[in-house]
Design a binder for this molecule. Structure first.
Ligand code: GLA
Length: 451
């Protein structure tokens, strides 16, 4: 019997070798990018920071420049959104990225590797990109993102599954091949049924989540499901509520949110951190209240939502005190969460998911074209970012906020350079177009010494 078993074992080993063909080449040994992109003599003291910040035109990739995330280690994760083309140098030159970066694109990749410890892919994990047609999946960019994140030893956010924008249009049509727009299908009565849409969404989730559940911990399961004070409807360009409707008859058409969260949880397990993400909650109290009410309702129904993302596309004129009050409001949901999910007590959080600062406010509002920002304006921005980070870090100290991510690598690579289809030269982020560090890079780092 034993002999027979070992013969079978040898036979199956041979079979599997034959199936594998040539043994795969060893994966390229990656360096510890975070360590090697920074000079080991960098100290992270306030004195050193003062000296460095007075030096003109240090670039993001200079080894003598400290890594931003390091100042905040053990306080809060610092992250960035990028597009897959911005990690191409990693795919092309791999381990060589620790050497001098001759061009801007390499510097951008080095900057991402070095300064941040949580990443999000800005566009290529959206559902329209990943599931463009029935039975068609496109996960190449997402796979590259995950490999990059692993090599950089960073945590990852998955953005985003349910949204009204950048979501496959065929999901919403009775006939997925119908060339009519979704709006026309609505007018013609040829939208998908509740069953069809639920089936398409859960099929997608069951492809996506098992593939990434061991590498991507944080997920924006739903993005922007609210208008100013309630669930989005067809008049806000969203067909989710119209099609799925009020399944449980509680008077609210937010059941698609419940379906999505439950499907992701089922596919991904207890360890995933599942979040709901939205904009304007920084200042619009009615929207924050609507988010609070909806999440509370979900939690009490047994839908485990682990946190709320404040997108935080703010302006130079941001009212930080109002922002603080709105985070405080959402942070109050932790009590409901702990009551509903005692076995996950303390797991509810707020994240700042898409931070950037529009400079075209006040006297500049409505301007387009080329604007040369003055030193004074850059200083104003540095002060505003510092004020914001002081507030975020107060919440981090309390265990409310655990991650802050910038929406873009540098001022050139920001959606805010485009307004109403016209170009303008915004300066929303902490790194300049030539990859030099702006005053706000240093003012933000300084806030870490007060917490
Ligand atoms: C929203 C979305 C992001 C991105 C930005 C603009 O905030 O959540 O995915 O599209 O708009 O770039």
């Amino acid at each position: 019997m034993k002999k027979l078993l070992s013969l079978l074992l040898v036979f199956s080993l041979l079979l599997s070798l034959a199936a594998c063909g040539e043994p795969k080449q060893e994966a390229e040994q990656m360096p510890d990018f975070k360590a090697e992109l920074t000079d080991s003599t960098v100290e992270y003291t306030l004195d050193e920071l003062e000296l460095l910040s007075a030096e003109p035109r240090l670039t993001v990739a200079d080894k003598g420049v400290p890594a931003l995330y390091k100042y905040f280690e053990d306080k809060v994760k610092i992250g960035v959104a990028f597009t897959s083309n911005q990690i191409n140098p990693f795919l092309n030159v791999g381990a060589n990225l620790v050497n001098d970066a001759p061009d801007t694109s390499m510097k951008i990749t080095q900057g991402i590797l070095k300064h941040y410890n949580i990443y999000v892919l800005g566009n290529e994990m959206k559902s329209d990109h990943c599931n463009p047609a029935p039975d068609t999946y496109n996960f190449t960019d997402a796979d590259n993102f995950v490999n990059f994140g692993k090599a950089a030893n960073a945590e990852l956010r998955g953005h985003t599954i349910v949204w009204h924008s950048q979501v496959p249009q065929w999901w919403f049509k009775a006939d997925p091949n119908d060339p009519a727009s979704v709006a026309d299908c609505y007018a013609n009565g040829t939208l998908a049924t509740r069953e069809q849409l639920t089936e398409r969404l859960t099929t997608y989730i069951n492809e996506l989540i098992p593939r990434y559940k061991d590498s991507i911990k944080y997920w924006d399961v739903c993005n922007e499901v609210l208008n100013a004070d309630s669930i989005r409807t067809t008049s806000d360009d969203s067909y989710w509520a119209e099609i799925i409707g009020d399944v449980d008859g509680n008077g609210y058409k937010d059941d698609y949110v419940e379906i999505a969260f439950n499907a992701v949880r089922e596919a991904g397990g207890e360890d995933l951190v599942l979040m709901i993400n939205d904009f304007n909650m920084e200042w619009q109290n009615s929207k924050t209240q609507a988010m609070y009410d909806m999440v509370e309702r979900m939690l009490r129904k047994g839908v485990r939502i682990d946190g709320v993302g404040f997108q935080s596309h703010i302006g130079l004129d941001c009212n930080v005190e109002l922002f603080r009050q709105n985070i405080e409001k959402i942070a109050g949901l932790a009590e409901v969460y702990d009551e509903c999910f005692p076995e996950h007590k303390g797991n509810f959080r707020v994240q700042i998911t898409e931070l950037d600062m529009n400079m075209y406010v006040g006297a500049h509002a409505g301007e387009y074209g080329f604007t040369k920002w003055t030193d004074e304006e850059y200083q104003k921005q540095a002060d505003k970012y510092a004020e914001l980070f002081e507030m975020f870090l107060d919440f981090a100290d309390e265990g409310v906020i655990d991650a802050i991510l910038f929406w873009g690598t540098d001022d050139e690579n920001s959606w805010l350079n485009n307004m109403d289809g016209k170009m303008r030269r915004n300066a929303a982020l902490i790194i300049d177009r030539d990859m030099t560090l702006k005053p706000c890079f240093w003012s933000i780092a300084k806030t870490s010494f007060n917490h």
